[in-house]
Write a protein that binds this ligand. Structure first.
Ligand code: CU
Length: 723
């Protein structure tokens, strides 16, 4: 049998609607009539949060706000391989767009390093200070088995604290029939969407037996420029190709070791929301990972991994766009070296995980200018990342204790030792007319904040407490308190972008003096599950001390410069509150309807203005007929107008383009199981060709906020084969 059987084991009864190819197991786990009929080989899209006790081993402690998604859901349109676009289908997750690739996820108003995004457990940091390649853009979406989204801070085991949540892309070890007989699991597919002439294809194959296996995967996606609802062409084309190999040695179900090499390339990506485009973004990941049983008293097992990811990113303002100005190019590198050892065990009725993790994110890169007379940019115009290193060593423990037969208490604590440095902070850029004044990053920090980059250390304490109660009758509730401390990243601390545009200083300067963010969150939620009806909801409140704010220089807290065209980072106090809710109803045989929505309210308490870049109230309604042979459905996507904005750079950060209108778009989707192993899907997104934009946007590098319209109507077809 295929690895999907293992996936069935991972999923508890509450997760049945998201298990692929496990109809048999499901029938045993729950009354079949209570569940949506499975399309063989395909997982039905679901965003139902699960309580940890229901999640099985992959989703133990920390899954209170989790949802499992399958990249191959037939209800979901093709996303041309960009995982950020895929994640927008998860309730409570939004993503900002600067082009056709590299949509940057946001959960509960938090983004970038406030989210922990992992590839088979390995952290992956992008090579672009301007987030052209957020971690999700490096993930080859269709080659994963599971994507787990945890909204909010749910586990201390997940790595250096990510207060906004975790997004974990995972490949599960394939399983084979007992014995020496070699067998094969295969999954492959291809798709096309009309608007951007987007093509995508993937293969994922494992060959082996119960002794060991080789898994190979690859994916390809390419798109031209799409048109918005008004028919305006949006510069958004890209090419993406990648692949990898995993060698696995299986001793038994809980003892195995794998070695992985993975490569992904995004070429010629256009970004209308940026001052540059990206001709090249290449990444490599190397990972050694394993798990085994132990018999050391209370300790019953250990899981460990070590990894290195490397990213090379090149962006410029001339090779992919017409340019009458000076040619500039940034050549950037980001290397992440990390690892983790987690022991699990049991003391009495208390299950625990404890261990240590390490992460060193090293970044380096300059922006080059043509200099005088030359054409190719060869003069260092700015030291953007000055050989920066942010090392985090964490020690953690998390326990789950059944206090009563219906009450679980989860408690976690972690210490993070942080060391941050910038090795080239004294390296001066070239001086010259139009070029710059030969400033080093330290010159820029001194002028802006009156400080220089010195090696800095932090000792941060994070923790959480969660009480989960089964009230019976299908009702479960939970309440959680957490503190999560996030250290500033390389861009926030050290970005050294000196820029004069038409006599205006639009520099963007990191602050080596930033304190880490302290998030204090309270969360209350519950689920109700009946035969044909499921409901879940969670409300949260997050008070953030020293929230790291990308701001304008107005001579405020610790900023010497008073020039709102300059971008700086400051610590502010902030508050975020909101909710996520989902309901699903099977109102007749083969029919289901789902309603989901999320809302975030953010306030900058230091300046008494709204926090920038907070998504408005948004939601979806989906209705589908699904008889296991074929499925048709429709989806409404809606967002309210966002009026709480921070768009005036003389008063606040100015990072919102302005108020953003609400919208309502309609998608239609269908799927047909031609055979048990072959499925065709087709549909249309944005049926009425509505012109609209997401509220989330970015600066273009010259301090202009740019709002990029979403695609207009697009027809799509996909096929998936699985055996
Ligand atoms: Cu870039």
């Amino acid at each position: 049998m295929s690895r999907h059987i293992r996936r069935a084991q991972l999923c508890g009864p509450a997760t049945v609607s998201v298990c692929a190819l496990c109809a048999v197991s499901l029938a045993m786990a729950a009354p079949a009539s209570a569940e949506p009929v499975q399309l063989p080989g395909i997982v039905i899209y679901s965003t139902t949060p699960m309580l940890p006790s229901e999640g099985g081993e992959a989703l133990h402690a920390g899954a209170a706000s989790a949802s499992l998604e399958d990249p191959d859901s037939p209800a979901r349109p093709p996303s041309t391989g960009d995982s950020g676009e895929f994640l927008r289908h998860v309730n409570g997750v939004d993503a900002g767009r600067t082009g056709g690739h590299g949509l940057d996820p946001v959960i509960r108003g938090l983004d970038q390093n406030q989210l922990g995004i992992t590839n088979d457990g390995a952290f992956h940091f992008g090579g672009c200070p301007n987030r052209m390649d957020p971690p999700t853009s490096h993930m080859q979406l269709y080659t994963y088995d599971l994507v787990t989204v945890k909204r909010g801070y749910q586990s201390v085991v997940d790595g250096p604290p990510a207060p906004g949540g975790s997004i974990q892309f995972e490949r599960v070890n394939p399983t084979f029939d007992p014995g020496d007989q070699i067998s094969t699991n295969f999954k492959g597919g291809a798709g096309y969407n009309s608007n951007a002439s987007g093509r995508e294809a993937f293969v994922d194959m494992s060959v082996g037996n119960d002794w060991g296996y080789v898994r190979g995967f690859g994916s390809y996606a390419a798109a031209g420029n799409y048109k918005d609802g008004d028919g305006n062409e949006i510069r958004s084309s890209f090419d993406q190709i990648g692949g990898g190999v995993i060698l696995g040695r299986t001793i038994d179900a809980t003892s195995w070791i794998t070695l992985k090499v993975e490569n992904n390339n995004v070429d010629d990506a256009l970004f209308p929301g940026s001052g540059m485009d990206a001709p090249k973004t290449d990444d490599w990941t190397y990972q050694l990972k394993g798990e085994t049983n132990l018999d050391w008293g209370a300790i019953r097992g250990v899981k460990a991994d070590v990894y290195l990811t490397t990213v090379d990113h090149v962006m410029d303002n001339f090779s992919l766009r017409p340019n009458m100005m000076r040619y500039r190019q940034a050549r950037m590198e980001a290397d992440t070296l990390g690892g983790k050892v987690v022991f699990n065990g049991r003391m009495g009725t208390t299950a625990f995980d404890m261990g240590v993790d390490y992460r060193d994110v090293q970044r380096d890169g300059n922006r080059y200018d043509t200099g005088m007379g030359g054409m190719m940019p060869e003069m260092v115009q700015s030291v953007l990342w000055a050989d920066t290193s942010i090392k985090e060593l964490g020690v953690f423990g998390e326990t789950t204790t059944p206090i009563t037969p219906t009450t679980d208490l989860v408690a976690g604590l972690r210490f993070d030792f942080v060391n941050a440095s910038a090795g080239r902070a004294n390296e001066a850029a070239a001086a010259g007319m139009m070029l710059g004044n030969g400033f080093s990053p330290n010159d820029l920090y001194r002028m802006t904040y009156g400080v220089e980059a010195e090696d800095q250390t932090e000792n941060n304490v994070s923790g959480l407490l969660r009480l989960e109660q089964d009230l019976g009758g299908g009702v479960k509730v939970y309440g959680a308190l957490s503190r999560s401390v996030r250290t500033a990243d390389a861009t926030e601390r050290y970005i050294g972008s000196y820029m004069m545009m038409n006599g205006m200083n639009t520099s963007w300067i990191g602050n080596p003096n930033l304190d880490p963010e302290k998030h204090h969150q309270i969360e209350l939620g519950g689920t109700y599950a009946a035969q044909d009806f499921r409901l879940s909801g969670v409300a949260y409140y997050n008070r953030v001390e020293d929230f790291i704010q990308l701001d304008t220089a107005r001579g405020q807290r610790g900023v010497l410069t008073n020039m709102p065209s300059v971008s700086v980072y400051t610590n502010i106090d902030a508050m975020l509150t909101g909710f996520e809710a989902e309901a699903e109803y099977k109102f007749a045989e083969f029919w289901r309807a789902k309603l989901s929505g999320a809302y975030t309210y953010g306030e900058n308490l230091s300046d008494d203005i709204p926090l920038a870049q907070i998504a408005p109230l948004s939601g979806r309604f989906e209705i589908a007929y699904d008889n296991s042979i074929w499925m048709v459905g429709a989806r409404l996507n809606a967002a309210a107008k966002q009026t709480r904005i921070d768009s005036d750079p003389t008063v606040g950060s100015g990072r919102d383009f302005g108020e953003t209108d609400g919208y309502l778009t309609v998608d239609l989707f269908g799927a047909y199981n031609v055979t048990e192993n072959f499925q065709l899907t087709a549909g249309v997104t944005n049926l009425f060709d509505k012109t609209y934009a997401n509220h989330l946007n970015k600066k273009d590098g010259f301090n202009n906020e740019v709002r990029v319209n979403e695609p207009g109507r697009s027809f799509y077809v996909r096929s998936v084969t699985n055996f």
